[in-house]
Design a protein. Structure first.
Length: 199
């Protein structure tokens, strides 16, 4: 089976949409998905003249992005309740997702997105992450202990560096081998490439 890497950030509404779409679309295309959680903040801080770990878009662009997400969720039939705090810090969730067994990483990730973009819960709060873990039937103490080890924290830093080395600069991103596709709107193209590159 062909495969695709799905690099996602928990603060990103476009990553949320991709997370809701990629499973069924990849299955229909016969493509395996590797879920690759990371944090985009360290990459954003490298922008020339803009050391913030968030997008910091001007007001008109912020308004457009919000409306764009609302339109797309309606089009896709994806639930959305815009978070009262945006963007939320997804570091803890990313650490848990990275430490997760591959059998439940997707389930956990989608549940975190639901907590953030549907239930409007503060995903940087350990109590919320514990509730998500309980909701998917995982041992919350064991999952958090694994997530907060120095080794796992270092692994997340290394994965961000690995993402940058491969040219990833935003989320969501899809990698098919060394070929990069950036953005929720490139998911179809990435899956097509995974099936049969056309160049």
């Amino acid at each position: 089976m062909d495969s695709i890497e799905f690099w996602y950030e928990f603060a990103s509404p476009y990553s949320y949409m991709a997370a809701e779409r990629i499973g069924r679309m990849a299955a229909a295309a016969g493509v395996a998905v590797q879920w690759c959680p990371f944090v985009i903040g360290p990459i954003l801080k490298l922008r020339p003249g803009q050391a913030s770990a968030t997008q910091d878009a001007p007001p008109a662009q912020k308004a457009y992005r919000r409306r764009d997400v609302e339109r797309l969720c309606l089009q896709y039939g994806i639930a959305l309740n815009w978070p009262t705090a945006y963007p939320r810090n997804g570091l803890l969730a990313a650490r848990v997702a990275l430490a997760a067994d591959g059998s439940w990483r997707e389930q956990f990730s989608r549940a975190v997105y639901c907590a953030n973009f549907v239930d409007d819960r503060e995903i940087s709060d350990e109590a919320v992450i514990r509730a998500v873990l309980r909701g998917i039937g995982q041992d919350e103490d064991a999952a958090l202990a694994a997530a907060l080890t120095p080794a796992n924290k270092a692994l997340l830093v290394a994965r961000v560096e690995h993402a940058m080395a491969r040219g990833i600069f935003g989320a969501p991103s899809f990698m098919v081998g060394d070929e990069l596709f950036w953005g929720n709107d490139r998911l179809e193209q990435a899956l097509s490439w995974a099936r049969q590159p056309w160049l």
